[in-house]
Design a binder for this molecule. Structure first.
Ligand code: GRF
Length: 186
């Protein structure tokens, strides 16, 4: 049997993708929903990097049709495992196409602070500790079996940026480690 082929889905700066690559984990595809640095990171590393552009951001967004385009791109690249690394479009049907094979890194200690603004929500709540959770994604957003979790302190004077960066420093170690362990378990 061939080694499982991994895709990384991103929308932003792609520092988690960089960490995955730096850990020597083979990435077969980088997929983004918008032009972003993550696509440049992938291309610079010689990884097939595809923009499956989301052009509709209003209420009329056809999420099912967009998800189909993502799944098609993944299947065309013969992907077996998907790692979400800051992908900004919710694609709830993706785990149906890859049951138990979609991973996500979330910048909070789930089940606390689900959603896109998890870092701000933790700050607003005044907690002294938040963190990161690596989990298997299901149709429910920021839900599913937890593979790894690590706490990060909230420090006096933290902004969303400083706290998110402290969390990402942990994610850049924990996500690659967890992906490696997950791939080895298949
Ligand atoms: C990470 O904090 C991840 O948990 C969240 O988006 C961020 C991605 O960071 N979902 P980057 O774009 O890879 O730097």
């Amino acid at each position: 049997m061939r080694a499982p082929r991994l895709a990384v889905l991103a929308s932003g700066t792609g520092t988690l993708l960089e960490a995955v690559l730096a850990h020597g984990i083979p990435v077969a595809l980088v997929l983004a929903d918008r032009p972003c640095r993550a696509l440049e990171v992938g291309a610079a590393a010689g990884v097939r990097s595809e923009l499956v552009e989301r052009t509709e951001w209003s209420f009329g967004f056809d999420r099912a049709a967009y998800t189909e385009r993502v799944v098609k791109a993944l299947q065309d690249a013969e992907i077996d495992v998907v790692a979400m690394a800051g992908f900004g479009t919710i694609v709830p049907a993706l785990p149906d196409a890859y049951p138990g094979r979609v991973l996500n890194s979330h910048p909070a200690l789930l089940p606390a602070f689900k959603g896109w603004h998890a870092v701000r929500a933790a700050l607003d709540a005044g907690v002294t500790e938040t963190g990161t959770t690596i989990h298997v994604a299901t149709a429910e957003v920021d839900d599913g079996p937890i593979l790894a979790q690590e706490a990060v302190p909230v420090l006096p004077g933290d902004t969303e940026e400083t706290l998110h960066e402290r969390i990402k420093q942990v994610e850049r170690r924990l996500y690659p480690q967890t992906i490696r362990r997950f791939l080895a378990s298949l």
